[in-house]
Design a protein around this ligand. Structure first.
Ligand SMILES: *Cc1c(COP(=O)(O)O)cnc(C)c1O
Length: 451
């Protein structure tokens, strides 16, 4: 069957409802049918190629159609595709749990699977609440979240998020949470360092925990980079202080590394840079190298043992998803971890990150760029109308969308978050491709800020 691009688009728009989209926008910019992928490249039905500078929504680590991951999944596909994970188990699920708990910060010895990032966040929230309940702390019912954070789209995950665009409409449906200032360093005072800014913000959550810990189950954070909130970044000192405060006041710490895990920030897990172990570590996105939906929530013996008892005590964690621990997804994850072991990925990423930094340096002088910031393999460029006073563009002007369209014309897929243009490429990107990516961004930003 051969379908040309035009008829595919027409059929798409007749039936498909796309995520995170105003469908009317597709009248002006129709969705692009992609027929194949290879390395950092996506190819459409007309043979045009696009450099995937955003890792297809932050999931892809080692490029599209990586032969080793594909071969592992293909082998699993003809061995065992899926089996109920309650009362049954399988080797890929067992080995993956062993390897994840070995790689994660020390003390995270237990692995609970789910099938997407939002579900992992729901699991962590429910487990934390339920832990305190099993121990008789019935007053602990609330969660603390940081301003501008993002933890997913299901109602529990949305409730602990703080991006108004996704959250405001559903506010009447969401549980009450306590929101504290973000350690985000974009708004630091003149002359203030990242560390000073993040420490100053820590004082506020410290005060809150001191006053209210008896009603609080957990604090949930995106370690080091608030990705969906515009790639806002902060200093690891915040996590270090927060870990100590959570211990001091008897509150769990949930680290949502769904976006930042697996090397994005320059270490395998972002928490490593603060030398901390969270009570819950949520993983998804890059976990399978971007091949299949899978999530894992890692926790330790203290949490696990609070649920471990005779059935009749009704302390068990009865949460489940149909595809919990899907073997195909687990095999993709194992093949991905093999790639981390086969070479010094973190080390070679350091060189790529340094090149991205060098390529981004000239952006700092641009009249409509307020800041260029970077943490490991994530670099972000903040567009503003007025550079000196940092006045943002009116959101209705959709400058980021203009950047997206102009970059596509040059064969590069960028998908700015509002006015924040960012790069989060797969780790197989070459130095030449990095130059191409940043050069396309330069042209696109110039055209999008020309008037
Ligand atoms: C993407 C993301 C989620 C949600 O994951 P989904 O698989 O899209 O549900 C949660 N937290 C963070 C930090 C994310 O970036």
């Amino acid at each position: 069957m051969h379908l040309n691009a035009a008829s595919l688009v027409e059929r798409d728009l007749r039936t498909v409802w796309h995520p995170c989209s105003q469908m009317k926008d597709y009248e002006a910019t129709p969705p692009i049918p992609i027929r194949s992928g290879s390395g950092v490249w996506l190819e459409d039905h007309q043979g045009r190629r696009y450099l995937d500078a955003i890792s297809s929504w932050w999931v892809n680590l080692f490029g599209h159609c990586h032969p080793a991951i594909g071969a592992a999944v293909a082998e699993q596909l003809v061995t065992l595709e899926q089996v109920i994970f309650a009362g049954f188990t399988h080797e890929p699920g067992i080995v993956l749990a062993e390897r994840l708990t070995r790689l994660a910060p020390p003390g995270l010895t237990r692995c609970f699977y789910a099938d997407n990032g939002s579900a992992a966040v729901e699991v962590a929230l429910k487990m934390s609440f339920h832990y305190w309940r099993n121990l008789g702390f019935d007053r602990k019912t609330r969660f603390v979240t940081l301003e501008n954070s993002y933890h997913g789209e299901t109602l529990g995950a949305l409730a602990v998020g703080d991006v108004p665009l996704y959250r405001d409409t559903y506010r009447p449906l969401l549980m009450d949470v306590v929101t504290v200032p973000s350690p985000d360093c974009f708004s630091r005072e003149p002359g203030e360092s990242w560390a000073e800014c993040s420490e100053r913000r820590f004082a506020e959550i410290d005060r809150l925990l001191a006053e209210s810990a008896d009603t609080i189950c957990a604090v949930i954070v995106e370690p080091l980079v608030q990705c969906a909130g515009g790639m806002r970044m902060y200093h690891p000192i915040y996590l270090e202080r927060l870990r100590a405060a959570c211990d001091r006041y008897g509150v769990h710490l949930i680290a949502d590394e769904i976006a930042v895990g697996f090397g994005r920030t320059g270490t395998l897990f972002a928490c490593e840079q603060a030398g901390i172990t969270p009570d819950f570590l949520c993983l998804s996105k890059g976990l399978t190298g971007g091949y299949l939906p899978l999530a894992a929530v890692l926790t330790g013996e203290a949490v696990y043992s609070a649920f471990y008892d005779d059935y009749v005590t009704l302390k068990a964690f009865l949460h489940s998803h149909s595809y919990t621990g899907n073997p195909l997804a687990c095999r993709a994850a194992l093949a991905t971890l093999d790639l981390f072991e086969a070479s010094d990925v973190i080390g070679s990423n350091r060189e790529l990150a340094a090149l991205i930094a060098r390529q981004c340096e000239p952006f700092a002088d641009h009249p409509h760029i307020a800041e260029v910031r970077q943490t490991g393999m994530i670099a972000a460029i903040e567009l503003v109308q007025d550079k000196v006073r940092r006045v943002p563009y009116p959101w209705q002007e959709r400058r980021g969308l203009r950047v997206h369209r102009a970059a596509l014309e040059q064969g590069v897929l960028l998908r700015p978050l509002g006015p924040v243009v960012y790069f989060m490429p797969p780790y197989v990107i070459t130095p030449e491709e990095i130059k191409r990516m940043t050069e396309a961004a330069r042209v696109a930003i110039d055209s999008a800020t020309a008037d």
